[in-house]
Design a protein around this ligand. Structure first.
Ligand SMILES: Nc1ncnc2c1ncn2[C@@H]1O[C@H](COP(=O)(O)OP(=O)(O)OP(=O)(O)O)[C@@H](O)[C@H]1O
Length: 257
């Protein structure tokens, strides 16, 4: 665990995606849909469109905060998770993250298909921020959790997608982070594995000091979160305690139907 207090601070953070291959007609019209970030045509010279996925976002979270990210499709929830994980770099503003971060989305990142499951546990563990002694300590438990048995010594390219999910999930959830970033849609294998996975997720989320969870499910949000942020087209519409923000979100959704 880090010596500094675990915290997340965003000051006026903006994330923009340049899109170079948009249809020319699309660039003329630039619709204003209810979902997604804000689209803008860049200068004629730049010849591209940009989607502002997060606009001037400011917030602060500390130990004990379990934040649900709420919003329609394309509101910016995944973008925010990726930004907090250091995968996307803001084009403006400041992002300060104190604490060991772990992600439960895109869990396959870092897996080398030509390497065995066994070696992938070691390399992915290192990528995720574990030390080698820490991984070695957890190795047996991770292998057992995957239930891959002797397949663990075969190259990952020989795995079915469910077997790959088991491996990636087992490694990703073996880290004990200060800050856990999670998308509710982490596929977790077949039905029997899903039940094991759910118990493991509960365990890891309860240990994290800060949890940020993107979800469309009120019951999932109520189970895991005490606070929420409501994003719409990349802008922060409301933040605060979960029930207040959910009510605001539901009023908004009712108003758009
Ligand atoms: N790699 C990318 N390139 C261009 N635009 C992107 C990219 N990733 C996301 N966007 C855009 O950014 C906006 C926010 O997307 P994001 O995935 O963060 O939404 P979300 O709230 O997680 O949506 P959902 O509920 O559908 O998962 C959308 O308009 C999306 O089209």
């Amino acid at each position: 665990m880090s010596t500094k207090e675990t915290s997340i601070t965003l000051n006026d953070v903006t994330i923009e995606f340049p899109v170079y291959d948009a249809d020319r007609n699309f660039r003329k019209y630039l619709l204003k849909p209810n979902i997604g970030g804000i689209m803008q045509a860049k200068s004629k010279k730049a010849k591209h469109t940009a989607v502002t996925a997060l606009r001037s976002l400011s917030c602060h979270f500390e130990t004990g905060d379990r934040i649900g990210l709420i919003g329609l499709n394309g509101a910016g929830k995944s973008t925010l998770l990726h930004t907090l994980a250091g995968i996307y770099e803001p084009i403006g503003g400041e992002l300060i993250v104190n604490g060991r971060v772990s992600t439960l989305f895109n869990t396959n990142i870092g897996i080398d298909p030509d390497d065995t499951g066994y070696r992938n546990i070691l390399t992915c563990g290192l990528i995720l921020g574990m030390t080698l002694p820490e991984i070695r300590r957890k190795l047996d438990e991770i292998i057992e959790f995957t239930e891959l048995q002797e397949y663990i010594y075969l190259p990952v390219r020989t795995y079915s997608s469910g077997m790959l999910t088991r491996l990636a999930f087992a490694v990703a959830t073996s880290i004990e982070p200060d800050i856990l970033l999670m998308d509710e849609n982490i596929g977790a294998g077949d039905a029997s594995f899903q039940a094991k996975a759910a118990a493991r997720i509960r365990n890891i989320t309860s240990k994290a000091q800060i949890l940020v969870l993107a979800s469309h499910s009120e019951s999932v949000l109520r189970e895991f979160c005490n606070k929420a942020m409501f994003l719409h087209k990349g802008e922060l519409i409301a933040q605060g305690d979960l029930e207040t923000v959910l009510a605001e979100y539901n009023r908004h959704v009712a108003g758009t139907m």
